[in-house]
Design a protein around this ligand. Sequence first.
Ligand code: GDP
Length: 342
Amino acid sequence: MKKKGHSTSFQPAGAKPEGEGLLEGLVVAGSRGMYHVQPDVGALGCSIRGRLRKRLVRATGAGGRGRVQRVRVKEHDPVAIGDRVRVLVMGAGTSSIEEVLPRTSGALARRDPDAGRGELTTLVSLDQLVAVFAARAPEPHLGLLDRLLVLAEQQDLVAIVCINKVDLGLEPELQRRLRLCEGLGYPVLWTSSATGSGITVLRERLAGKVSAFAGPSGVGKSSLLNALLPQRDERTGVMSSATQKGRHTTTGARLFPLAGGGAIADTPGFRAFALASIDPDGLDRCFREFQTYLGQCTHTDCGQLREPDCAVQAALRSGAIDAGRYRSYRRLRGELSGLLKA
Ligand code: GDP
């Protein structure tokens, strides 16, 4: 279910062969024409080569075949955080992204308030998703945990559950649900950014990987990031290359490279994370414990909702499938069906 990668390039007339003289780096922040690119050494505020942002609308039919009729700005930003890009360095604030290298793995999308119902991909080339919840304060919302696990399944991301604030104690019901997660193959880590417990194990899990931290506000994501990345600068300022005035402080997702390789992304606005556009009928494959039962029903398009002889519902009644997990399935399925109708 992984999204396919893409590569976009633009070669200016009379330019050197592709890639020559360009500096390669990682997009760590920014959107919509202004980005913060981190090469192996230093940092660059970058604009983007105009043609990468534009879609050429060509005439069709006799006579006009192939001729460019109109130029439109692409609906979706061709550059996302996590992209590796090649940059033409031309001086302070005037560097430009010339080429976007192919994306490698999973992506997370966030709804863009300016783009109507469309999805905006904000983080790409991710390896894993770390779902952060607090043991207490705020009480963990297990429906949100299931939503994040589905997102990870959709994108073929390794999902890790991180329970922070363990110094505050753990409710038996939470422990039961987390044992269930472990039984399904999702690693569960126990941390306290207050006491430092579990941080070393978390660091080991993140080494060499590009990981997104997601979870409700107040669970301690920033505190964990501070423990893992004591040098991080929360405000990644990107200079406007168009005006050379003012600093544009990014408010979206940001990527923080790790000293030994890999990077961590934080994901403000996580509530708006969109389940990628999947067919509601494909949702059952994102619930690992359903797998044994899929295809056993006599009903060919079984949605595991009200169909007679549904093997998933029988497993629910016998206790083999957890009632809370099944409720999450129903809720997410309803949400996806609603999106289709909207
Ligand atoms: P975020 O909104 O997820 O980024 O959460 P913050 O890092 O801002 O933390 C929210 C609150 O929880 C702050 O008051 C922190 O001091 C507190 N906090 C963070 N980690 C821990 C922890 O491990 N234990 C306890 N008891 N409090 C914590």
